[in-house]
Design a protein. Structure first.
Length: 379
């Protein structure tokens, strides 16, 4: 279960209670969020947050030896992504800075907001800047072209360094489709972005700002259970779902515009994520305080079998059950073959896939899965 506190968290202390770029993707989309959340106790550092701190510290030190196996894999993927970005955008030999909180100031030199920079590469001779934000969690961040956190970080540091060109980059090692994404901004574009950020920072600190329900701003919002606008939107969604079920057809869907259908599907996915998150809280409660705290339900685990030494397992199977048994136990893996070809030859990932498909054409069969909806935004 999440533990709440009215004491300042580590992040509050570091950011001195002022707006921080890490919250901008939610706060800029719902201007009233910050004021409502300020009335509630805060969530203490979670296991995921502590994991992120460990990974970022290891990346800064360049030493993964104290990390768990899972954490080390994530850190290694991030480090690989950083090296790819540096090579892709020509930042070899740059001065590198890690894990530093930077501040913006008003005309009276008073601190207004801050950003913790995961990594910054600076080429002083050409005044080119690279700002990288490393994600250690499993949730998908907003795409780079609309990600206010990394763009705010880039705009702040571009102003600080007087950069003529700024590359901002996101690394998401658990993303299913891409390890990283980046976008290049000119001097003029960064100045314009910084003006927008400063305007929004002032807006989110004003009282009586409107609250705007939506997936990005509501998903992890601590105040959504008491937010009138969120509850009204949730009630409307419940009624819409009920109407769809009772209709038992496409009448309601046909009444909607394409935009309304897309928004409705987004709401449904958000509701699924929220329910999964709440269920996980009940599981944590039962684990910590006992099954009797959730009457009618019991904790259960599945045993997951795995082989610790595949070569030895194959030899044991061959000796005990024979060569035919070993052959029957092995399953041909097309993806593993493509990865092997891609790493052991000069072919890239796409070329390796084409080569394997051409070679296996006589025995390769393509079948289509059921249709499903996938968000069509580019990343």
């Amino acid at each position: 279960m999440m533990r709440r506190t009215f004491k300042p968290t580590a992040h509050d202390i570091e950011s001195e209670g002022l707006p921080s770029a890490s919250g901008f993707d939610a706060e800029f989309r719902c201007l009233g969020k910050r004021a409502l959340c300020a009335q509630l106790p805060k969530e203490e550092d979670t296991a995921a947050a502590r994991r992120g701190v460990r990974i970022h510290s290891a990346l800064q030190a360049g030493d993964f030896s104290d990390l768990s196996e899972s954490e080390a894999r994530t850190a290694s993927r991030i480090a690989y992504g950083e090296s790819e970005i540096v090579h892709e955008y020509g930042f070899e030999g740059a001065s590198i800075f890690f894990e530093k909180r930077e501040w913006d100031f008003d005309d009276d030199f008073k601190q207004t907001w801050s950003a913790r920079i995961d990594r910054m590469d600076w080429l002083a001779a050409t005044r080119r800047l690279l700002v990288i934000d490393d994600k250690t969690g499993w949730t998908l961040p907003p795409p780079i072209h609309e990600n206010w956190q990394v763009r705010s970080e880039g705009a702040l540091m571009a102003d600080r360094c007087d950069a003529v060109e700024t590359v901002v980059a996101l690394i998401h090692p658990h993303h299913a489709d891409s390890l990283w994404e980046a976008k290049v901004y000119s001097f003029k574009e960064m100045r314009h972005l910084l003006d927008i950020v400063r305007h929004n920072v002032a807006a989110i600190q004003q009282p009586d700002q409107p609250r705007t329900p939506g997936g990005m701003q509501c998903q992890w919002c601590a105040a959504k259970r008491i937010c009138p606008e969120y509850k009204a939107a949730a009630d409307a969604l419940d009624q819409a779902i009920t109407d769809e079920v009772q209709d038992q057809g496409f009448t309601a869907i046909l009444r909607q515009s394409p935009e309304e259908r897309g928004a409705f599907v987004t709401q449904l996915h958000e509701r699924i994520k929220t329910m999964q998150f709440v269920l996980e809280q009940y599981v944590e409660l039962a684990v910590r305080d006992g099954e009797d705290k959730v009457k009618g339900w019991r904790l259960q685990r599945r045993l997951i079998r795995s082989i610790t030494d595949e070569v030895n397992a194959m030899q044991i199977t061959r000796d005990r059950f024979g060569e035919n048994a070993l052959t029957a136990a092995l399953q041909f893996n097309v993806i593993a073959l493509e990865e092997y070809i891609g790493t052991s030859s000069t072919l890239n990932k796409k070329e390796a896939k084409v080569a394997v498909e051409e070679a296996l054409a006589p025995v390769l069969k393509f079948t289509r899965s059921k249709y499903f909806l996938k968000e069509s935004r580019s990343i």
